[in-house]
Design a protein around this ligand. Sequence first.
Ligand SMILES: *Cc1c(COP(=O)(O)O)cnc(C)c1O
Length: 380
Amino acid sequence: MDWYLECSDCGARAEPDGTPGVCAACGRPLLVRYPDRIHPMTERAELRRRSSMWRFRSFMPLAPGEEPVSLGEGDTPLLALPRLAARFGLPVMLLKDEASNPTGSFKARGLSAAITRATLAGVDRFVVPTAGNAGVASAAYAARAGASVRVYAPRTTPPTILAQITTFGGDLVLLDGHIGDCGKASREFAAETGAMDLSTLREPYRIEGKKTLGLEIAMALGWKLPDVIIYPTGGGTGLIGMWKAFVELTAAGWITDPMPRFYSVQSTGCAPIVRAFESGAEVATPWQEPWTIASGLRVPGPLGDKLMLRILRESGGGAVAVDDARMQELSRLGAATEGIDFAPEGGASLAAAAELVASGGISAADRVVLFNTGAGVLYR
Ligand SMILES: *Cc1c(COP(=O)(O)O)cnc(C)c1O
């Protein structure tokens, strides 16, 4: 392996052998570092001849000769939203539509990467706590790898999502409570059985999968970056992953644009990052009794809080909370006016864009990229 792991907080270094978890020194998430990778500019032209998110394998945790566990994830469209942009008073609004991923959400990216590395390390039993979509993706990629997975999900998860988890062979256990409670059950199950815990940011490779969101956006824009990114934030892997993508592309000399302003959008029913951002705190305190229909945003105590808050602040962005009714209204509007199957999380991203235009946080000069992180049909 030509990479190592580095703590996102204390900087301690860790080796990537076996199944790495969090930083042994401070318990914060580990990030993958690739000191020896070189990226000639000529590679940019070759990328177009490859497919799936693994077209970027030279930026990914894969050694020569290794094959990923893949279902063709990534490669999703960056769609213009002309009618919504006109309504919001923006000249350009682009949407990364993640609904077309295998398993219907962008969780496919992270779990393809994590299950690839774990399988190469000999793991064949997994456990994952989920607010919904990570369970579906874990079940499908575990099946693809010939492995098994125990999935802990809240009883209140949308029924179609739960049905998908069992369809892909996931061993589903429903709990009263939220993803934090499922996380505790997962850690106990892992300790008892030796199954590997795939929890967000408790292993370093899901971020590497989500990083391809940023690589794809840069490529689609001809190696330019947008001015603003509005990201529906739960555990935050996509936000951290895109930031990491732009840092790595800059280091490779492939892009020279400044970092976009990153905005997190959460639900008013579960907004730990928004609250911490607004109060100037360095870390988020867990949200009590979290509730939102956008199950992917129902993450009351994300482990990547400190890193996310740093990214929001250093990039000059911010954080916005929107209520569930507004999310639903804009999901419906987006579907009916642009033909896109918005999940509530995607509706949240639209609602935040409208709010940021109204508050002056974004202006008509900004090129804005939004996310529809999953398929709306899974929530019905
Ligand atoms: C998981 C999820 C999110 C949140 O993603 P994070 O990277 O955990 O912040 C947003 N939308 C959907 C549909 C999700 O499944």
